[in-house]
Ligand binder design. Sequence first.
Ligand code: AN0
Ligand code: CP
Length: 317
Amino acid sequence: MKKFTCAADIGPWREAVKEALDIKANRFAYTELGRNRTLLMIFFNSSLRTRLSTQKAAMNLGMNVMVLDVNQGAWKLETERGVLMDGDKAEHLLEAIPVMGSYCDLIGVRSFAGLTDKKADYEERVIEQFIRHSGRPVFSMEAATRHPLQSFADLITIEEYKTKERPKVVMTWAPHPKALPQAVPNSFAEWMNMTDYEFVITHPHGYELDPTFTGRAVIEYDQRKALEGADFVYAKNWSAYADPNYGKVLSTDRSWTVDAEKMGLTDNAFFMHCLPVRRNMIVTDDVIESERSIVIPEAANREISAQTVIKRLLESL
Ligand code: AN0
Ligand code: CP
């Protein structure tokens, strides 16, 4: 594997999950693989899980790890070519990227959608420049349109907890006060569409995602109907994708919050969320604290998805 930015990069999903579960059972089996290799993690946005789980995964493989928070202590970076740099940005990504590449063997990048220029976001201009100019294998730690390390961890988690061959998985939009990217729901849909699970997406009108990602999913505007018989409920907020409202919050309607009454419509479903989650906006305290909530093991599997991906990237060096 030479890069990891989307579902296709992982190849056959069952093999990937099997490899991940083998790693989970023996996570120190490959401590020589990363010896004298350096991972550089670059964050343009905040993180708790991605930062810690990816660093831990690299350490499990014997790697050295460097972390750069671009917005804390580095020069402010210009990302667009052709700009007259007479403002507050002291350095261009086109110099910064090959310089960063010269200090490491692998690069992880977190760069969220700006949510103002849909074309720029969906062209993935930032991570694509890293792929083109760093000279190193690059993996996404959430880019503008996808969060594949999260989706891979989600898939591993569903495979661990499912009790039916083809579970019903329902991804539901839920309210949030701030505009969030579509990366997590796009990516979750992309990974679910690789499987043969029953997959339903529910959201209010106006929150339709890019059909390239939703693919074969059934779109159901009635949240209660969507939840009937669900085995997994995957809650997430996202801002509007469709024009002219790209990147906007259209509703904070709390009738979409996942609560115990709604979980009662499911087939005793497990509750999932990528975290961080705003309690009583996205999900009520009692649901996230219930015994059917698997948000903590889901987050723990981020170490496993990252280790599987970094292992494969190291093997390609
Ligand atoms: C981010 C998002 O929705 O993309 C990161 C989630 C992993 N969430 C927030 O910014 C709250
Ligand atoms: N789920 C996830 O990626 O969390 P962080 O934003 O804390 O990394």
